[in-house]
Structure formats: structure tokens, C-alpha cells
Design a protein around this ligand. Structure first.
Ligand SMILES: *Cc1c(COP(=O)(O)O)cnc(C)c1O
Length: 389
């Protein structure tokens, strides 16, 4: 772990002399703050996020978390939200007006897709979907009214990457603001600000908190852009993270480098085994040497973490469900980023009444491998795969 990272996670923002030298920061469970005189009240009102006025804006426990996240992403400032979805929505809406246009990488996280495909068009904001590995297509989609280039690298389920430096340079030359959903790598494995990306988003629910007990969101960026989000959406919508959840997240962050590194190693161990298994057609993991964008992955990411996908040879849903149901150690669940290894079969959401079929094939299974003994996880999978027959 680098010295910087250790300092940020263990000390930065923690002014222990203010709270009895307690090692863990206090949960400042208050909505409101009182002032000794009118002059200091006025000072706080002029810069709400830099003072403690009212907890819909800033709160001391939440502020410690914000400082750590900004430092982790090497940006000037950060905001935290009640969910990753609210961080994404509040950020994008703060950057567009009626008539504006967004360019977004195809197949992002499902609710990002919903925001751009269904929600924003109601307010006159349209979106063009692009292949993330085709810079020419991205360039051709940018119009005079394009305000945002929204990226997700690696993206959900298939882990397609975008060349962040090239995308940032292109967008900047056209006056377009870049956002990247960096949930998959966390700031430990990828710092989009190093490549010139303007705003970096996270589902804090995933690796950052890491214990499957908090739903949270994050955006990191320049003081100017964060200020714009505060003024245009954050204070008017009020999607705050409470101080107790912020304290849990500070606790979760302390072990982020250890957890994500272990997760990466466990994924590598299982990916190598699955690649040799006769029931597996293909394994998709950015740090696999056979991954089509492996060169870009190792250039812009320090690791990939525990998420990977598998295409099974069979497309028979009944057989796929039998395999998934037989697993004892991988829990069957959505989400990821916690302490528990997970499986999510795409077949579960094919032909579901009232739901559009997903853009992913029926034989795609997403795995999340994390803290457990890799040999135990592999034995579980190997035994489960027998149920395909
Ligand atoms: C989970 C997820 C989100 C949404 O975050 P929530 O905290 O669930 O609202 C956004 N982006 C990615 C890549 C995710 O995996």
C-alpha cells in the first residue's frame, strides 16, 4: 500500500484533537448547528458546504469522508449521496439544460441507462449511445449541444473499457464535460483524474463501503464543478448520506486496498480454472491476457478486482438455474463489492414478465469473488458445474 494511500485512509480529515483524541471519528448525529453571533451565522450561510450550517449541506462526519474520497481520486472536492444512482442523476442533471445532448457508452449500469434513455428525454435532453472502444464514433456523435460524455470503464457485465486519456482529450477539445463511473476499479485501481477526466462517480455501496451494509454514492471533481452540482441539484433534492452511514463508510474505506487486492487475486485464481473448464465457452475479465482490451487494461488500471463474467456453453435456462441453485458458497444476489462472493445469472432476467429482456446473452453469468479462500470458492463452482449435465 502506498504511503499516500495509508495516510489518506488512516489520518486525512480526522482532526482527533477536536474530539478527545478518539481514534474513530464521532457520528455527529445532528441536523442543525448553532452560532455564537450573527456575523458567524452569515459567514456560514455564504459558503454552506465549507461550514457547518445544516446537515442537508455539510455535516462534520460526512465531511471527513468527503475529504478522504477527494484525496483518493486526486481531485479538489467530493460529495457523497444516499446512493450511487442519486450521485449519477444529480451530477448529469446539473450539467444539462433543456435541448442539450449527452453521449454515453453503450450498456452502462442499468439505472444510468434509464436516466439517459427514459428520464432525461422527458425534459428535452437526448442521448446518443456509442461503442466505448471506437473513438471515431464518439467524435462523430458530439454535436454543438453536447454537454456531457458519460463513460463507465470497465462497464457493467461485459467489462468493455474506454481509453480515458483519449476520451478526455477529445471531449475537452470540444468543450464537453467528461464523467466516468469508476465503481468497478475504485480509486485504488484507477484514478480517472490522472487521464484528464472531469467528474468521477462511484456507487459507494460497492467496493468503497465494502461490507454490504450501506447504500451510498460519490462524485469527485474540481471545486468549481462540485459547487455547480451543490447549487443546481444537491441542495434542492437533498439526497444526503446520513452521518451514521458516513461513519460506516469511513470504517469500510480503511481496508479498501486490502479487500480489492484480495478480490483481484481470487478472481485471477478462479478465471484461470474456469478458462480450462469444458462447460465454459468464454471468461471475461480485463486482466486476463486473452481479454481483447488487455493492453489498455494494464495501461490505465492497476488491477481489475473480483468481478468477471462467464459465457457457458449451454443456453438451457433450466440447466443454468440448476447449476446456480446448487452453489453453497457463492450467494445468489444482485450488487457486488461487499465481503461475500456472489453470482448473478443473466438467465434470471430473460423472459421475466413486465421487464424488457437484458442486452446480455442468456448464458452470461456474472461472478464476484472476494475475501474467502479461493480453493473453497473453486470447489463450490466445480461441484455446481456438474449440475449442467
Ligand atoms: C451499483 C452501481 C451503481 C448504482 O449504485 P447504487 O449505490 O446501487 O445506487 C452505479 N454504477 C455501477 C457501475 C454500479 O455497479
Amino acid at each position: 500500500m502506498s504511503e499516500d494511500l495509508s495516510f489518506i485512509l488512516n489520518h486525512l480529515g480526522e482532526e482527533r484533537e477536536k474530539y478527545f483524541h478518539a481514534v474513530s471519528p464521532p457520528v455527529i448525529q445532528t441536523s442543525n448547528f448553532a452560532f455564537p453571533d450573527v456575523a458567524s451565522l452569515q459567514t456560514a450561510m455564504q459558503d454552506e458546504m465549507g461550514h457547518h450550517l445544516y446537515s442537508r449541506g455539510n455535516n462534520p462526519t460526512v465531511e471527513i469522508l468527503r475529504k478522504k474520497l477527494a484525496a483518493l481520486e486526486k481531485t479538489e472536492d467530493a460529495l457523497v449521496f444516499s446512493s450511487g444512482a442519486s450521485a449519477i442523476t444529480a451530477t448529469v442533471v446539473s450539467l444539462v439544460e433543456q435541448g442539450d445532448h449527452v453521449v454515453c457508452v453503450r450498456n452502462p449500469y442499468s439505472w444510468t441507462k434509464h436516466l439517459l434513455e427514459t428520464y432525461l428525454p422527458r425534459f428535452g435532453v437526448t442521448c446518443t449511445w456509442v461503442e466505448g472502444d471506437d473513438l471515431e464514433e464518439i467524435e462523430a456523435s458530439i454535436r454543438p449541444e453536447t454537454k456531457v460524455l458519460f463513460l463507465e470503464s470497465p462497464n457493467t457485465m461485459t467489462f468493455g473499457l474506454q481509453d480515458l486519456a483519449a476520451c478526455a482529450a477529445l471531449a475537452r477539445s470540444r468543450g464537453v464535460i467528461t464523467c466516468v463511473d469508476n465503481s468497478h476499479c475504485s480509486p485504488v485501481f484507477q484514478n480517472p483524474a490522472d487521464f484528464g477526466i472531469d467528474l468521477i462517480l462511484h456507487s459507494g455501496t460497492k467496493y468503497l463501503n465494502g461490507h454490504s451494509d450501506v447504500v451510498a454514492g460519490v462524485v469527485c471533481g474540481s471545486k468549481e464543478l462540485i459547487r455547480r452540482i451543490v447549487d443546481r441539484t444537491f441542495l434542492v433534492w437533498g439526497p444526503i448520506l446520513g452521518p451514521h452511514d458516513a461513519a460506516l463508510m469511513i470504517r469500510g474505506l480503511r481496508t479498501l486496498p486490502l479487500r480489492i487486492q484480495r478480490s483481484h487475486e481470487n478472481a485471477r485464481f478462479i478465471v484461470e480454472k474456469l478458462k480450462k473448464h469444458p462447460d465454459v465457452e468464454k471468461v471475461i475479465w480485463p486482466f486476463d491476457p486473452d481479454f481483447p482490451q488487455a493492453e489498455l487494461a494494464t495501461r490505465q488500471m492497476k488491477g481489475s478486482g473480483g468481478l468477471f463474467s462467464v459465457l457457458l456453453r449451454t443456453k438451457n435456462k433450466r440447466k443454468i438455474f440448476r447449476f446456480v441453485d446448487a452453489l453453497q458458497r457463492f450467494l445468489l444476489a444482485v450488487s457486488w463489492g461487499g465481503h461475500e462472493s456472489l453470482i448473478f445469472p443473466m438467465a434470471a432476467v430473460h423472459d421475466l414478465p413486465g421487464r424488457p429482456d437484458p442486452a446480455f446473452p442468456v448464458n452470461l453469468i456474472r461472478f464476484y469473488a472476494v475475501l474467502e479462500e479461493p480453493e473453497m470458492l473453486w470447489q463450490d463452482l466445480e461441484a455446481g458445474l456438474k449440475y449442467l449435465h
